[in-house]
Design a protein around this ligand. Structure first.
Ligand SMILES: N[C@@H](CCC(=O)N[C@@H](CS)C(=O)NCC(=O)O)C(=O)O
Length: 264
């Protein structure tokens, strides 16, 4: 079975996300980045002394995004691009994320949230927050036009499968209430109202005025038909439920992206 080394609250999360998307069985070995990743037995797996690292049969791999590109390509369930040009975009955005975005973003996070308060440097955080605007504008500019890796909207099957969407402010409100609740069991924060994917695709096309086509592709065998979180616990414990309807949330998102023209 695939082994993924690294505690989830680290860059290992990227590979966990990919493994979960692909729904392949794996074992997560929770090597910590505090001391454990520098131990000689782990250094045999990743000589950099960093997490994550992946073992799949005879292959041992480090670098989180190399791991993700490998997994998407090898266990292809529609995540791997279908053309060489699409592959080029996957490499471009992966390398971009690591070289242009990661350092300023991490500097902000470390100095505003992750480090113990006495070790945080507000000046460093502010300076990095300025620098992070440049790559984020590039991403925003890209998301208002075509998608990151292709022009068309792909809908699998007839698009009748449902998913759950909520606007970011609702989710953040849920997080804040949960953090204040001193409750340590899992709590679903989602929208119990289901939307068929075809319905979503049509709303997005309508709201954006996009000329993208909807392209139908074969439904993957294990594509879930229904996604509907049960939020009873959030309602009872936090008095929380999402408030903003999907179409309003999409309009706000799109208007916001259009406000700042790409200036880089
Ligand atoms: N570019 C590498 C960076 C890996 C990395 O620096 N991981 C951190 C945890 S998120 C780590 O292992 N730090 C331990 C250390 O530096 O001792 C990747 O994306 O996999």
């Amino acid at each position: 079975m695939i082994k993924l080394y690294g505690v989830p609250r680290s860059r290992t999360a990227r590979a966990i996300w990919m493994l979960e998307e692909l729904q392949i069985p794996y074992e997560n070995v929770p090597v910590s980045f505090i001391e454990e990743s520098r131990k000689p037995e782990y250094m045999k797996i990743n000589p950099n002394g960093h997490i994550p690292a992946l073992q799949d049969g005879d292959l041992t791999l480090f670098e989180s995004l190399a791991i993700n590109l490998y997994l998407a390509r090898k266990y292809d369930k529609g995540l791997w691009p279908k053309t060489i040009e699409g592959e080029a975009k996957a490499y471009q955005w992966s390398i971009w994320a690591m070289t242009e975005l990661e350092e300023p973003l991490l500097t902000v996070l470390l100095n505003r949230a992750f480090l113990p308060e006495t070790q945080r440097d507000a000046k460093k955080a502010d300076e990095a927050a300025e620098r992070v605007k440049t790559p984020l504008k590039v991403l925003e500019g890209q998301l208002t036009g075509d998608y990151l890796a292709g022009k068309d909207f792909t809908v699998y099957g007839a698009g009748k499968q449902t998913r759950s969407f909520q606007y970011v402010s609702d989710l953040i409100e849920g997080f804040i209430r949960l953090m204040a609740a001193d409750y340590h069991e899992p709590v679903n924060l989602g929208n119990p109202q289901e939307f068929a994917l075809l319905e979503l695709a049509n709303i997005v096309l309508q709201v954006t005025g996009s000329r993208s086509e909807i392209v139908f592709e074969a439904l993957p065998e294990d594509d879930p038909q229904v996604r509907q979180p049960n939020i009873t616990r959030a309602r009872e414990l936090l008095g929380w439920e999402p408030d903003i309807p999907l179409e309003d949330g999409l309009r706000r998102t799109i208007e916001n992206l259009r406000l700042e023209p790409i200036g880089v």
